[in-house]
Design a protein around this ligand. Structure first.
Ligand SMILES: Cc1ncc(COP(=O)(O)O)c(C=O)c1O
Length: 392
């Protein structure tokens, strides 16, 4: 058997079969549907319920397939399916595997729209949820009920950068026969592969580091074959499918994922280290800083610390506003995982409508600044942060 290529090679080399034009780089398969040479061939295509046969781009598309196959290879999964956004991937996962009367256990520190689905929509359909604190994994098992079907978390979490031991949580899920679902958006498969630690399904907002240049939306779910097949049928029939154009962009982006994540992480670690002890900052958080509360776990399950750094301004909300207004190069936007460095202040922007207590419960403190470290020269990023800190 030929030697298995390394993930970084597969991210570059997995490609759709060449067309008769013998192109080197995959084309965009911008087509809604596919044709047949005979009525019999068409009938046979409709008899299948798998993405292997091209029928209609809501069901399958060669470019989307290329993107999914790269993600399968990078995450070490059996199968995968793409969606139009990260939220479509999360919502499709909940809808496919949860029914009326079921219960889901989730980390309380999850992305805002995921929190909205859990707290506002799932209860409407008779699906109950319980939250656990990422910093108290020992409390998870007590939340398991006979109706518990799924355990959901992000590690590192958005925006608090909390980290949890995937192998520890996976053991609880296996013991109680619960599906273990991990949002791996912050780490990317270049840094962490949750399936290796026992996750059943891994979800991504491909909009973030997978695109890496802030251009398109996308989502993907990879994992066990029989689970992904159920997801595939849900997505094929209900329609949150990925656009072929976005798949083309995202597949090209994966070619540079490893090299980009190395650079994001090297700059992030250097910036986080240099910000420690700054007079205006009380704490700096980064997975690969020894001061991170779960540093040992981060070192065990991540190959680098990723591209996100957070810090707490001593001056709280008002300092946060001043800091954002003083930035000269760094972008003020709510995306992350871009080649351009981005800073955000959740308390005065994305989470301003929450009460102080609600913000605290999801780890958003008044002076929390989240920096998505981009691909500019690290010295320029640090200079901009330092001059804005002076004015905060
Ligand atoms: C951790 C995490 N999961 C999911 C999402 C949702 O992804 P999308 O915006 O692609 O729907 C985001 C978006 O910021 C995120 O940060």
């Amino acid at each position: 058997m030929a030697k298995q290529q390394k993930p970084a090679t597969r991210a570059v080399r997995i490609q759709t079969t060449k067309t008769s034009q013998k192109e080197h780089s995959s084309p965009v398969f911008l087509t809604s549907s596919f044709t047949y040479d005979s009525a019999e061939e068409m009938a046979a295509a409709f008899a299948t319920e798998t993405p292997e046969v091209n029928i209609y781009s809501r069901f399958a598309n060669p470019g989307v397939d290329e993107f999914v196959h790269k993600m399968i290879a990078l995450e070490g999964a059996e199968h995968g399916v793409a969606t139009g956004t990260g939220m479509a991937a999360i919502f499709s996962t909940f809808m496919t595997f949860l029914s009326k009367g079921d219960h889901i256990i989730s980390a309380s520190a999850v992305f805002g729209s995921t929190h909205t689905i859990l707290t506002r929509y799932l209860p409407k359909w008779g699906i109950d949820y319980s939250y656990f604190d990422m910093n108290k994994p020992e409390a998870i098992e007590a939340l398991v009920k006979p109706e518990t079907r799924m355990l959901y978390l992000e590690t590192p979490s958005n925006p608090g950068l909390d980290i949890i031991d995937l192998a520890f949580v996976s053991a609880i899920c296996k013991k109680h026969n619960i599906l273990f679902v991990v949002d791996n958006c912050f780490a990317t498969p270049a840094v962490q592969q949750p399936i290796q630690y026992g996750a059943d399904l891994v979800i991504h907002s491909a909009t973030k580091f997978i695109d890496g240049q802030g251009r398109v939306l996308g989502g993907v779910i990879v994992g066990k074959k029989e689970l992904v097949h159920q997801l595939y049928l849900f997505i094929r029939n209900t329609g949150p499918s990925m656009s072929p154009f976005n798949a083309w962009v995202l597949s090209k982006s994966l070619e540079t994922l490893f090299i980009r994540m190395d650079r994001h992480a090297a700059s992030a670690l250097s910036i986080a280290t240099k910000l420690q002890g700054h007079a205006k900052i009380s704490t700096v958080k980064y997975p690969f800083l020894e001061s991170h509360p779960q540093y040992a776990i981060a070192k065990k399950q991540m190959s680098n610390g990723g591209g996100i750094v957070t810090f707490e301004l001593k001056g709280g909300i008002e300092s946060g506003r001043k800091f954002l207004n003083a930035l000269e190069m760094i972008s003020m936007t709510n995306n992350l995982g871009d080649s351009r460095t981005i800073a955000s202040h959740p308390a005065s922007t994305t989470h301003s409508k929450l009460t102080e207590a609600e913000r605290q419960s999801v780890g958003i403190t008044p002076g929390l600044i989240r920096v998505s470290v981009g691909l500019e020269d690290a010295d320029d990023i640090l200079d901009d942060l330092l001059q804005a800190l002076d004015k905060s």
